[in-house]
Design a protein around this ligand. Structure first.
Ligand SMILES: [Zn+2]
Length: 468
């Protein structure tokens, strides 16, 4: 028997238009997004995130963004801050020399305040900007979008996760505030995935077809495969699900996606879909019931998962970015297994929650669901004869996964690495050869002790075409 494990990284999902990690912060603040049903929630989340970025990644305060056009905020300041109201902030105009607030003068007075008083003003701006229809926030969002787009999510999540796990205050943020901020980030990320991710596309359908054919082939027991992904998106599942569903091939009807967990199909549990009972068979029982399972181990969680923190059940959907549902103010999904008794009030129902795992959080994995997935990934990696990395740059930030590989992979495993043309060291001229040390190939060569590594630089598309 031989076993191939496909390992998918961010580059795998590029053709699906998934927002890339290094662009996420910029995209959170990009003005394009206008979705009425989520607008209030987005505005609030953006405002919290902007506040955090301004505090820790810029030298600016709210006062730097204030100008004479912010009349509603300046009116509020004059009404609530006597010290300012007593200053020379009026000008006289018209025939009867009417006294009017002069907003330029107010700006001047604010800029001349001492630091202590400026802090008072900032507190008031934070209150006042809640009522100016987002005009003031918009200036800050644009500033972050255009000048703070290099702030990495790794930095952000390291601060949040470390402080939350150690129950520390991080400067002004206490643990509960940090939790809210983390939720805001996760919400924005899932929202962006839902907004941009393309569904089925020819290139992934081709791959799904190939995998399905391999799975039903008579040779399968001799040549097995499984998939490990570091990605949050659902590109691979969506496409395998649709290929299997659309196929007239009888053998395909036996194929099921296997998350290696005791999971539940959300669409059956919640929407009473009258599908064949077999769809609701949990992953862990598929093989025993004679289905042809395709194992997909999602090490960092997924945008189509919701979990119950009480009973540790996982609910999934192959149709929607389910995780977004959990951010609804009302009619949020609750765990049906934990809500069998008549609920006392709205809050007594067990809400099921989205949980994207950031690299910094894995160390703290107490949850049964993720422990199972990582355990399964360990076993599959240990049994592998061949590893195919697709669009994975082997970043240092994935230290837990690197550790897992070191622990499990045998030294004679064959390794193939599929990367994009931008990663190709042979395209770099000799004058700039130092750049090569920053490319993934260098990391692979130093990480894996064996020389049995083949690199190809024709991207996901090139690789999938070569499978036929
Ligand atoms: Zn439950």
């Amino acid at each position: 028997m031989t076993k191939t494990v496909f390992i998918l990284g961010a580059g795998f999902s590029v053709p699906a238009k998934i927002p890339q990690q290094n662009k996420l912060l910029k995209m959170i603040f990009s003005a394009e997004i206008s979705d009425m049903s989520w607008s209030t929630k987005i505005e609030k989340a953006r405002s919290n995130i902007a506040d955090f970025v301004l505090r820790f990644f810029s030298d600016k305060t709210y006062i730097d963004f204030l100008d004479a056009q912010d009349t509603s905020i300046l009116d509020f300041l004059i009404d609530h801050y006597d010290y300012l109201a007593d200053k020379n902030i009026y000008s006289f105009s018209g025939n009867d020399m009417e006294e009017n607030l002069d907003y330029n003068k107010i700006i001047y007075e604010i800029s001349s305040l001492n630091d202590e008083r400026k802090l008072d003003v900032i507190e008031l701006i934070i209150d006042a900007k809640k009522q100016d229809h987002g005009l003031f926030n918009k200036k800050i969002f644009t500033y972050i979008e255009t000048t703070k787009d290099k702030v990495t999510l790794e930095d952000v999540f390291t601060i949040l996760d470390k402080a939350i796990v150690s129950k520390e205050h991080f400067q002004l943020y206490d643990p509960s505030k940090l939790m809210i901020l983390r939720e805001d980030f996760i919400f924005c990320i899932i929202f962006l995935f839902n907004y941009y991710e393309e569904g089925e596309s020819p290139i992934y359908q081709e791959l799904a077809n190939y995998l399905a054919n391999e799975r039903v082939s008579k040779e399968y027991e001799k040549n097995q495969f499984s998939i490990i992904t570091l990605n949050w998106d659902m590109t691979i599942e969506k496409n395998i699900f649709s290929v299997v569903k659309k196929s007239y091939d009888k053998a395909f009807k036996k194929i099921r996606l296997d998350y290696c967990l005791y999971d539940n199909d959300y669409d059956i549990v919640f929407n009473d879909e009258k599908r064949d009972d077999i769809y609701s068979t949990p992953s862990t029982l598929l093989k025993a019931k004679g289905y042809k399972n395709i194992k997909i181990m999602k090490l960092h969680g997924s945008v189509n998962w919701l979990t119950c923190r009480k009973c540790q059940r996982l609910y999934y959907s192959f149709k929607s970015h389910l995780a977004l549902e959990s951010f609804k103010e009302d009619h949020f999904p609750v765990c049906p297994k934990c809500c069998v008794k008549k609920p006392f009030d709205k809050n007594s129902r067990t809400r099921i929650q989205a949980d994207l795992i950031t690299p910094t959080m894995i160390k703290d994995l107490n949850n049964v669901i993720l422990r199972n997935i990582w355990e399964n990934a360990f076993l599959d990696l240990s049994e592998a004869d061949r590893l195919v990395f697709i669009g994975y740059s082997l970043p240092q930030a994935d230290f837990e996964f690197r550790y897992l590989m070191k622990k499990s992979i045998s030294s004679n495993v064959k390794i193939e690495v599929v990367l994009s043309t931008f990663d190709d060291p042979s395209l770099i001229d000799s004058k700039h050869s130092w750049i090569k040390t920053f490319l993934p190939e260098d990391r692979y060569r130093s990480f894996f002790p064996n020389d049995n590594i083949k690199f190809r630089y024709d991207g996901v598309e090139g690789f999938i075409k070569s499978l036929q």
